[in-house]
Design a protein around this ligand. Structure first.
Ligand SMILES: Nc1ncnc2c1ncn2[C@@H]1O[C@H](COP(=O)(O)OP(=O)(O)O)[C@@H](O)[C@H]1O
Ligand SMILES: [Mg+2]
Length: 185
């Protein structure tokens, strides 16, 4: 066989291998949707919970260059929810925030927990990154929607689904320099 044909075939095989890896992680992400467990709700204190999240994300790239603040009001606030599923949501939101901040100077993330005017628990993840264009603010919750080169577009749709399973909601409020994802229970 001509060397050129062999070379092209090898290149083709590389592309196939690359794509199939991509597909495996795509399918893996999809599987997570269909296997979402029913929430097992227990009461847990918010301050230690959010401190734990901080430790869990501290190995993420860009964490070192980001100022990270936790505000819980009242300090002894508890949440009745599935702790594992909710930590999945908050970690997703913090990862997104870190990625959008991308080591910019004065990068800041605030994790906030409080009660709204109706006494419903609220958890907010706020960053001072570039913000989300208004025309994309609905689309970002659609499964597989991503603007990132290596994104899966799973994080937000999965998070919204988890909040729905809790009888709550996940909403965004964003403009340049300010993005707030609000989890309401
Ligand atoms: N804090 C944020 N700041 C700016 N854009 C964001 C933020 N969080 C999410 N996004 C946008 O929403 C899209 C979807 O997010 P997500 O569902 O987590 O998927 P992924 O992170 O894989 O792209 C991202 O690609 C990005 O465009
Ligand atoms: Mg994400």
């Amino acid at each position: 066989m001509a060397p050129q044909i062999i070379a092209n075939t090898l290149k083709g095989l590389d592309v196939i291998r690359e794509r199939s890896r991509g597909l495996v992680s795509f399918v893996e992400s999809y599987r997570k949707f269909t296997h979402l467990p029913k929430p097992e709700k227990i009461s847990f204190p918010m301050l230690p919970f959010l401190e734990k999240i901080r430790i869990l994300v501290s190995s993420e790239p860009d964490f070192e260059t980001t100022q990270f603040r936790i505000e819980v009001q009242p300090e002894e606030m508890h949440l009745i929810a599935d702790e594992k599923l909710i930590s999945q949501v908050v970690i997703n939101l913090v990862r997104n925030a870190l990625q959008s901040l991308d080591a910019r100077s004065n990068a800041r993330i605030v994790l906030k927990a409080c009660f709204d005017a109706n006494g419903h628990p609220v958890v907010e993840v706020i960053d001072n990154g570039p913000g989300i264009p208004i025309e994309l603010q609905e689309q970002i919750f659609i499964p597989f929607f991503t603007t990132r080169e290596n994104g899966t577009g799973i994080g937000l749709s999965l998070s919204k689904q988890i909040m729905r399973l809790h009888g709550g909601s996940l909403r965004v409020n964003s403009r340049p320099g300010f993005t707030c994802f609000r989890m309401e229970f």
